[in-house]
Design a protein around this ligand. Structure first.
Ligand code: PGA
Length: 251
């Protein structure tokens, strides 16, 4: 079963990078991945939309995959400032992150909106990475598993299957804070996510579940070895090629 779930190490650059830095970072990641020659794991970078085309060009032939950080649910139309899944696909993206907690918080994205974005990703031929995760208050109230279940049921579209979906578990309190759950806490969250997915989709056992939140080279080995963890969604540490490659190596 482990082999059927090829590890995915995804870098979420967030709102970071001007052309020069981003191209240097992309070149560094591409060079490392080319040199490693991995065939047993996938490495993805999700730059800001302004840099997608340039980064996609910069990593051609290296095996590095490129994705967007968000998309609108519609294919086109009067949505000033938004970008559709089709537009991401058009400039070389194969993946898109949807429902990141920063978008849920900053932009008021609900589970219903996230689900529509995941459907938009399918429509455009992109693989959506659906993010879920509890806040510190929710964890302290003992509501972690219930929150994850509600978010999953609301955010995963009908018709989902392992080949069409990646889920990222990102505790909100672990994002950008340097704090991480224990390995046991990650394993328990992931086991519950897989259990809930079992009621939603036929091949839930094959869905890749990523952990995200303060992953770095020094803790990746431990976190990625936790039960039911099939990769990582990496923010801060994906902005340094060496650090990001160290995480990919640990997968
Ligand atoms: P972080 O961010 O690695 O900086 O904690 C993770 C994320 O938000 O995806």
């Amino acid at each position: 079963m482990a082999r059927s779930r090829q590890p995915l190490i995804a870098g979420n650059w967030k709102m970071n990078g001007l052309r020069a830095d981003a191209l240097a970072l992309a070149a560094g990641v591409a060079e490392g991945v080319r040199r490693a020659g991995w065939t047993d794991r996938e490495v993805l970078v999700c730059p800001p939309a302004t840099l997608l085309m340039a980064v996609a060009d910069a990593v051609i032939g290296s095996g590095v995959l490129v994705g967007g950080q968000n998309c609108h649910a519609d294919a086109s139309g009067a949505h000033t400032g938004d970008i559709s899944a089709e537009m991401l696909r058009d400039v070389g993206a194969g993946h898109v992150i949807v429902g990141h907690s920063e978008r849920r918080t900053d932009c008021g994205e609900t589970d219903t909106i996230v689900r529509a974005k995941a459907e938009a990703a399918w429509r455009a031929g992109l693989l959506p990475i659906v993010c879920i995760g509890e806040t510190l208050a929710e964890r302290e109230a003992g509501r972690t598993l219930a929150v994850l279940e509600t978010q999953l049921k609301g955010s995963v579209p009908a018709g989902a299957a392992a080949a069409k979906l990646v889920v990222a578990y990102e505790p909100v309190w672990a994002i950008g804070t340097g704090k991480t759950p224990t390995v046991a806490e990650v394993a328990s969250a992931h086991a519950h996510i897989r259990h809930v997915l079992g009621a939603l989709i036929p091949d839930a056992g094959a869905v890749r579940l990523l952990y995200g939140g303060s992953v770095k080279g020094s803790n990746a080995g431990e976190l990625l070895a936790a039960g039911d963890v099939d990769g990582a969604l990496v923010g801060g540490a994906s902005l340094k090629a060496d650090e990001f490659l160290a995480i990919a190596k640990a997968a």
